[in-house]
Design a protein around this ligand. Structure first.
Ligand code: LFR
Length: 490
């Protein structure tokens, strides 16, 4: 059985062939491409046509490599972003990037009309400036023509799927990230939409992962030289939902950290946890595959390091990712710490300077060298992981005996070790390509080859290497954590 998965991340995408052979899952990357957001005037956009082009290139490559028996394909991507379609079926405008700053101040504005409590108790979703709700509201305020003319809202994978199949559907896991979906009602929350004077008719009732929702149109088959079409399925189209489906946990109660541009730390629950504490700690309950919920928290993640790299490269003084970790081990631990989730790190012009600003404002030693800066970021991320893990444990009343780390970020072995030290528990790292694997597994499920998440995870355990890290230097890390908590004011 052969399927094709496209996994789009904020900085790059890939096309991966998944095959089930003798109870082992084999994956092969056949296409990789960068994802380069484009600033036009005051706004930051995704280059959606380029992404569509790359998906078609991926299908073409699959054919050229001799995969003529692909039984289905599916797309997952980052969450919250969307395109608007007019009544003639045309895309009205280039989708905004979630880091576009037109959402600044929108959290406060919206909550003059509807309280934060009300939104949280209806949606169970954490407050983040990047959420769809704030983009739509910013567009409304700016009298956006696209919003006025919109007939249908499609999230990024919905939109690309629409380009491939001509069929419009909203996928469930991704819909939940908008902060406009009500899990109790099982549909979009009309009260919130109406209170904010946002159109209700542009939303389609969400479809669960693993559903066949179309096939490549005859004209695409023609363009790509395919003699037969390929069915297109929904999967956990939010990349994090796909990543969590591929966590190789062997018991039901486990904690995970999906590690990439963002760090998503959480656990899987059967029902959303929507209560006063969850609200105060700003955790989220995103929809997962197989009727699970992802109780988690977004942590700014490797974005901060990626941005430092980009800045140093621009300044003509780049360092490699390997060099970075060598340097970080030479720097003094916990000399300066940041809260990675401070809004000042969402999209600053100069990330290293922004880190220095944070340290200045919090009366700490200011990191100057690259070694000091990288060390500060890694220490702070690991500490924030501990902070969030402990909060989640209070909410679920479960003590997790370790942490599964998945995603590209686990190639940063120093971060994995620091995480294990900070939480003083073992870390099990793998697989790296979790989102693509989860995408593939849910396709297998949709095609009837896998029956449950349990079976899917057994397959992951039997097919991919998992590296284990044991905690070290407990006392030193405990002391560092006290300092971190003082800086966070917790
Ligand atoms: C990770 C991710 C997060 C989401 C963020 C923005 O790639 O999908 O889960 O909060 O990107 O969409």
């Amino acid at each position: 059985m052969t399927v094709l998965a496209f996994d789009l991340g904020a900085s790059g995408g890939r096309g991966i062939i998944g095959q089930l052979e003798n109870n082992t899952l084999k994956i092969r990357e056949i296409h990789r491409f960068s994802n380069d957001p484009v600033q036009i005037g005051d706004h930051l956009h995704w280059d959606i046509l380029r992404l569509f082009y790359e998906i078609k290139q991926g299908i073409l490559k699959a054919r050229r490599l001799g995969y003529t028996d692909i039984e289905s394909l599916a797309i997952d991507s980052w969450a919250v972003d969307f395109g608007l379609i007019d009544k003639n079926g045309e895309l009205l405008a280039n989708p905004y990037h979630y880091r576009d700053l037109h959402t600044s101040g929108m959290i406060e504005e919206i909550h003059n009309k509807i309280t934060k409590e009300e939104i949280f108790f209806k949606t169970g979703i954490q407050f983040m400036q990047i959420n769809t709700i704030y983009h739509l509201y910013a567009m409304k305020k700016a009298k956006s023509i696209a919003l006025k003319e919109a007939d249908t809202l499609l999230m990024i994978p919905d939109l690309l799927r629409y380009f491939l199949t001509g069929e419009k559907h909203s996928e469930y896991t991704n819909s939940t990230t908008t902060q406009l979906y009500n899990p109790t009602q099982g549909n979009w929350d009309e009260d919130i939409l109406k209170t904010l004077d946002l159109p209700t008719e542009i939303f389609l009732r969400p479809v669960k992962p693993g559903t066949k929702v179309g096939e490549l149109t005859p004209s695409i088959c023609n363009e790509l030289g395919l003699s037969t079409t390929i069915p297109v399925l929904t999967v956990g189209e939010h990349d994090t939902a796909s990543a969590i489906a591929a966590v190789p946990a062997s018991n039901e109660e486990y904690a995970y950290l999906s590690c990439g541009t963002w760090s998503l730390l959480g656990t899987e629950v059967k029902e959303p946890i929507i209560n006063q504490l969850a609200f105060e700690w700003n955790v989220t309950n995103e929809g997962g595959v197989n009727d699970t919920f992802r109780l988690l928290k977004n942590i700014m993640g490797l974005w901060i390091i990626q941005e430092c790299h980009r800045t140093w490269e621009k300044e003509g003084d780049p360092i490699s990712f390997d060099e970075q970790n060598e340097l970080a081990t030479t720097a003094k631990p916990f000399r300066s710490l940041i809260d990675p989730d401070d809004a000042m790190f969402i999209n600053p012009l100069h990330m290293p300077k922004q880190i220095q600003n944070f340290c200045l404002q919090t009366n700490q030693a200011v990191p100057h060298t690259k070694a000091e800066i990288i060390r500060c970021i890694l220490d702070s991320l690991a500490m924030k992981y501990r902070f969030v893990l402990e909060k989640l444990e209070s909410l679920t009343e479960v003590k997790y005996n370790g942490l599964h780390m998945v995603g590209g970020g686990i190639q940063n072995t120093l971060l994995c070790q620091f995480t294990s030290n900070a939480i003083n528990r073992p870390v099990l790292a793998g697989p790296i390509e979790a989102s693509s694997i989860g995408n593939i597994l849910v396709q297998f499920e949709g095609l009837g080859r896998i029956k449950s998440l349990k079976e899917a995870r057994e397959l992951v355990r039997g097919s991919f290497p998992i590296k284990s890290y044991q905690p070290k230097d407990k006392d030193v890390w405990d002391e560092g954590y006290q300092t971190f908590c003082k800086i966070l004011g917790c």
